[in-house]
Ligand binder design. Structure first.
Ligand code: ADP
Ligand code: MG
Length: 697
């Protein structure tokens, strides 16, 4: 029997552990650093480092690492042991304040998009004391930010921390305008729901496509997909529940608030949702969660797939980024309360978000763009590539009433005064009906639903925080100098709703009508990553990020380049994998089967001329034709891949991969899948979709 409260955070150097292990003065100094960002004295750091090391050794650690999030989207670590030689030929275990605070990994092999030329390989990692250190794999992990020596961010954490500071400062300005003189800080909170697939490891090992690319590149549909809708929330199979239990325990040890587990829509698909926390921690925790998910799966003879679209024909995996704003006293600023029309605080933040989402649709789209996620957006399983915002009918009625200058709301029951208690308290059930919207208000938070399952959530949250900070700052600039603040705030809310309401859409985002309607409204529809990415470096966006010191111009262009480059690489690997599978496995397998059929015909004829061979001949003819076609498509794909390599311009190359190479891949796959259904199972070189999707019991 696990005792969860004791297990929880047992591998984390958390506040309780610090309090217990550090001298009072040291603890106080460290807390000051954590709370206010005050620089940490080296003497204090030495004491903290030593206590951390002693604690980590008790937890089985022999090494430490600065744990960081380079722009590859994964987390990076380089382990150093605690050993230090002594005169008598032995070692002692040591860890200094200097080693805790700063690390110097060889940065040259991490993508930097030209910020740091490889001859100037030095970058450094700096301890982020706002995220607790923890022990995993016998290693003390210290969450850090990763920067170049010129101070430019080489990671995802640094801009995230900057954006959190910005939105806090601007939100405080607004709260002051509204007469709140108490709140000292505003934090953004995030709860990321994580989807994943679980498949059998033995089957996985037989599929080159899964091994090299994380998704299947060939595979005919199984007779059964997700059409029966019997998997979502269905009872969980024994092997899966054993995995989930183990996963929860491992996550709890790391202080991750894993809360909800259930089956998802597609067969073999599942979800884990944690309780929300501050964005910085939620990001670190989500990165850890993805890693632990994979590790625990291996222990159970399973593989956890985090790719956005591992299987064609059934839903892929996403991540829902639930996002809100909270004061340091714990007040949720996005809680409408019982009387939203008179809840000025809620309305002004809603207005800022509405304006932000409208003006920076492109950035929100860019923040979820990737080769993997392109398979999902707009494919009727995830929100479309068009960014809009869902606020629900009740809240829309409030917004409309404000626009029309009324204090009553028109709803189904006719005109109703918006007195206390008339409208339902905005519970989930009145706002959570729409599952198709990219950005949905769900009672007291917004749920950004367009994220892909493997994405580092730092990116969308950097965007959200920065765009809302910008709108709040514009509001504050307007409101601060005004005498009659109450009227000015009201007018501003009304004007903003009026001007930006076009971003609100409560209908079915999967419908063709919406695509047409969105076009009429002038909303962007950026269908793929290479089409969306150039918007990131549009002048208005460079202005936004540099104004708020979240990114420098150089950082932005480097990120732009890295992402475009990475996109091309992903598709290139997929294409090469397909070519190898096609030439070396599928072609020979089908050819061998055809030969077997020919032999069967010949044997029959030798026996007696009257035995019919029509069936074999039909299959021989069909597969032979398909093989010719298959061969031609391999050649075409190869040509396209070679052509792509020759394109110098990174944006042009990404576009070519996304269109020409990608189309050639789809065409090759179609022929391969058609051959699969006509080829004897024993000849087919890979486990089928049926085996992969229904193999775990
Ligand atoms: P679903 O959207 O699947 O119905 P839930 O309503 O259970 O799921 O919540 C989804 C996520 O939203 C959870 O991770 C939860 O902790 C998170 N969440 C709830 N309140 C907030 C908030 N104020 N800020 C950020 N996330 C929140
Ligand atoms: Mg959700």
């Amino acid at each position: 029997m696990v005792k969860v409260p004791e297990l929880f955070g047992s591998m984390v150097f958390d506040d309780a552990t610090m309090k217990e292990r550090l001298p009072k003065e040291t603890y106080k100094a460290l807390k000051k650093t954590i709370k206010e960002g005050a620089p940490l004295d080296i003497n204090v750091a030495n004491i903290v480092a030593n206590a951390m090391k002693d604690w980590a050794i008790e937890k089985g650690a022999t090494h430490y690492t600065h744990w960081f999030q380079p722009m590859t989207g994964i987390t990076a670590e380089k382990h150093d042991s605690f050993i230090n030689p002594t005169d008598d030929g032995k070692v002692i275990m040591e860890f200094s304040g200097k080693e805790l605070i700063k690390g110097e990994p060889d940065a040259s092999s991490f993508p930097s998009g030209g910020i740091r030329a490889t001859f100037e390989a030095r970058g450094y990692t700096a301890w982020d004391p706002t995220s607790y250190a923890f022990v995993k794999n016998e290693t003390l992990c210290i969450p850090t930010a990763f920067c170049s020596y010129t101070g430019e961010a080489l990671d995802k954490k640094t801009p995230l921390l900057r954006s959190m500071e910005r939105i806090s400062d601007e939100a405080i300005r607004i709260l002051r305008v509204l007469g709140d003189n108490e709140t000292a800080r505003v934090v953004t909170t995030v709860g990321p729901e994580q989807e994943y697939f679980l498949i059998d490891e033995e089957l996985y090992n037989k599929r080159k496509d899964l091994i090299y690319t994380g998704r299947t590149l060939f595979g005919a549909k199984a007779p059964k997909g997700q059409e029966m809708e019997d998997h979502y929330f269905g009872s969980i199979k024994p092997r899966v529940i054993a995995y989930m239990q183990d996963l929860d325990e491992e996550l709890w040890k790391l202080g991750i608030y894993s809360k909800t587990r259930h089956n998802e829509v597609a067969p073999a698909q599942h979800e884990m949702a944690p309780i929300f926390t501050t964005t910085n921690l939620a990001t670190d925790h989500n990165q850890l969660t993805m890693e632990v998910m994979k590790r625990v799966a291996h222990k159970h003879g399973l593989v956890c797939l985090l790719h956005e679209k591992p299987f064609a024909g059934v839903n892929g995996s996403g991540k829902h980024n639930n996002w809100s704003l909270s004061t340091n006293t714990g007040r949720n600023l996005l809680k409408p309360g019982k009387d939203p029309i008179r809840n000025t605080e809620f309305l002004i933040f809603l207005a800022a978000i509405m304006k932000g989402v409208y003006e920076y649709q492109d950035l929100l789209r860019v923040s979820v763009a990737s080769a993997g996620n392109d398979h999902r957006l707009g494919a009727n399983e995830a929100p479309p590539a068009i960014i809009s915002m869902f606020i629900g009918d009740d809240l829309e009625a409030v917004v409309n009433a404000i626009i029309e200058g009324k204090s009553v709301v028109n709803n189904e029951a006719g005109n109703m005064d918006l007195g206390v208690g008339v409208l339902p308290d905005f519970k989930k059930d009145t706002t959570d009906r729409n599952r198709t919207s990219p950005f949905a208000f769900t009672g007291n938070k917004f749920e950004f639903r367009s994220l892909g399952s493997s994405l580092n959530i730092a990116c969308p949250n950097i965007m959200l925080n920065t765009i809302v900070a910008e709108e709040l700052s514009q509001f504050a600039d307007k409101l601060e100098p005004v005498e009659d603040k109450q009227s000015a705030v009201k007018a501003l809310i009304r004007e903003t709703f009026k001007e930006y309401k076009d971003i609100v859409f409560n209908g079915d985002n999967y419908s063709d009508e919406w695509v047409a309607e969105a076009e009429r409204r002038g909303l962007l529809n950026l269908r793929s990553m290479p089409v969306a990415m150039p918007y990131f470096v549009a002048e208005k966006n460079v202005k936004l990020f540099t104004k708020h010191n979240v990114h420098t111009r150089r950082e932005m262009f480097s990120r732009y380049e890295i992402q475009q480059e990475e996109y091309g690489k992903v598709i290139n690997i997929e294409a090469l994998t397909m070519i190898e599978m096609a030439r070396r496995d599928i072609f020979p397998a089908v050819s061998a089967y055809v030969q077997k059929l020919v032999e069967a015909c010949n044997a029959k004829k030798a026996l007696s001329a009257s035995i019919p061979c029509d069936a074999e001949l039909a299959v021989i003819e069909k597969l032979s034709k398909l093989l010719c076609c298959f061969y031609n498509k391999i050649e075409v794909l190869e040509e396209k891949v070679n052509a792509a390599k020759g394109i110098k311009d990174v944006a042009e190359r990404a576009l070519f991969y996304g269109e020409e190479v990608f189309n050639a891949m789809n065409e090759l796959r179609a022929v391969g899948d058609e051959m699969e259904v006509s080829t004897a199972a024993g000849y087919w070189p890979y486990p089928s979709y049926g085996e992969l999707l229904y193999g775990v019991r």
